[in-house]
Design a protein around this ligand. Structure first.
Ligand code: HEM
Length: 399
């Protein structure tokens, strides 16, 4: 045993603080979800929150257009959490405004609301578009604060659909929110493993224990994704909600969407689960390399700090690499490989469950000879089949 190496390992144990690392990347105990979302804003912004509750679509359009006569509120008075909430609300207001009359697609976005959106998005370092962050990450609260986070103890703050079908929209978001939230413990487990992988003598028991935890969390995520059928009806999703999730770089907005009286053009893909940093983090951690431009592009739709965490994760040591250069006994190596492959198996199941959702919630309704596009603009079945195959082939064949 080399004592210098041992001292180095002690140094890592005592001086690498996991929570500081995670805080730096705006990661909470619920992972990429904030620990708590703000649910209201100072009075200067109440006119914006009120728009969310306005049922009458023609009145809604007129009020948004008339806002152009009004002065912009001061964003400086908002803290970071309030800015995230304002971003979330504006994304919903603007996407409802854009998509609520398909027979009369708008040609430009009113100045007041458009500029407010651009400015708030800039302040929190994210694109001015409806994203997974705006409708999921920043749009939830605990039902009962005295009991733990779980799918059954969370609710959304806002929805774009305001009639009886709003519960379907809410459930669609809640499924993603729950998967992100339970992922917080998986991120902590990954950080603990990464810490071991820095060492000369990584602890076998910590690595196996933490891999077990990650595997259980992916297993739980599979149960959660399958629960979407309970309260999100495929017809409501396809005919009513999906349109609102679309962005501004599709066939209806050939040149994007200009903000009135400016030369700013919004041209962005819509919201998509592909913008989840957690799922991309699982891929990085388990060395699943998709080589997929669409997934790379989706990083531009994540909060910038989260995509930076993914870039950082890509520079770190991997379990695969560790297994090929280590001081483990054969039994230990076999056990880690087994756990690693169990995680891959559960991730494969996750992707296969997800592909079934695409069949049930989209493909079933797509008429022949029309474009089978997902909200993110990809051909969903071909795309997800490829990702599924790469996931399967990422298992370790032998120790
Ligand atoms: C009704 C439910 C869902 C439908 C219809 C659906 C549809 C789609 C579609 C069409 C894509 C292809 C990319 C695009 O066009 O946006 C996609 C990608 C993706 N979705 Fe979903 N999705 C659903 C639920 C979820 C949930 C609950 C999650 C959980 C986080 C999720 C995570 C992802 C991820 C990570 C991708 C990127 C592909 C991958 O990494 O496997 N989706 N989804």
């Amino acid at each position: 045993m080399n004592y210098i190496h041992k001292i180095y390992d002690y140094f890592i144990d005592y001086f690498i603080d996991l929570s500081t690392n995670l805080k730096k990347y705006d990661i909470s105990k619920y992972g990429f979800l904030p620990e708590k979302c703000v649910t209201d804003l100072p009075t200067d912004f109440v006119y914006i929150t009120n728009l969310l509750k306005l049922f009458d679509d023609s009145q809604y359009k007129k009020i948004i257009q008339d806002l152009d006569l009004q002065k912009q509120p001061d964003l400086e008075i908002l803290n970071f959490c309030q800015l995230k909430y304002l971003y979330s609300i504006l994304s919903m207001i603007i996407h409802r405004y854009m998509w609520n009359n398909l027979d009369n697609i708008i040609s430009e976005l009113p100045h007041h609301i458009g500029m407010l959106f651009v400015d708030v998005a800039k302040k929190i370092n994210i694109v001015p578009c409806l994203t997974h962050a705006s409708v999921d990450l920043y749009n939830w609260k605990l039902i009962d604060e005295t009991i733990p986070f779980s799918l059954d103890n969370i609710t959304t703050i806002n929805t774009m659909i305001l009639d009886k079908d709003s519960s379907h929209e809410s459930w669609f978001y809640l499924i993603m929110i729950a998967i992100e939230g339970i992922g917080g413990d998986a991120i902590i487990a990954m950080e603990k493993i990464y810490k071991e992988l820095y060492k000369y003598y990584p602890s076998y028991s910590i690595i196996t224990e933490e891999l077990h935890k990650i595997n259980n969390i992916i297993f739980e995520s599979n149960k959660i994704i399958s629960r979407i059928y309970e309260k999100c009806d495929p017809e409501v999703f396809y005919n009513k909600l999906r349109i609102f999730l679309n962005g501004t770089n599709n066939s209806l907005f050939k040149n994007g969407l200009q903000i009135r009286n400016t030369d700013i053009i919004l041209s962005y893909t819509g919201g998509s689960g592909a913008q989840s940093s957690l799922i991309q983090l699982y891929d990085i951690f388990f060395s699943i390399k998709h080589n997929c431009k669409f997934l790379d592009d989706m990083r531009n739709y994540m909060p910038k700090i989260h995509s930076e965490y993914l870039t950082y994760a890509e520079t770190r040591n991997t379990i695969k690499n560790f297994l090929s250069n280590n001081h483990l006994s054969t039994d230990e190596c076999i056990e880690i490989t087994k756990l690693f492959n169990m995680c891959i198996k559960n991730l494969t199941k996750f992707r296969s469950n997800h592909r079934k959702l695409i069949m049930d919630y989209i493909m079933k309704f797509v008429k022949e000879n029309t474009e089978n596009k997902g909200t993110g603009g990809s051909n969903p079945i071909e795309f997800t089949t490829e990702l599924l195959n790469t996931t399967i082939s990422s298992k370790i064949n032998r120790c």
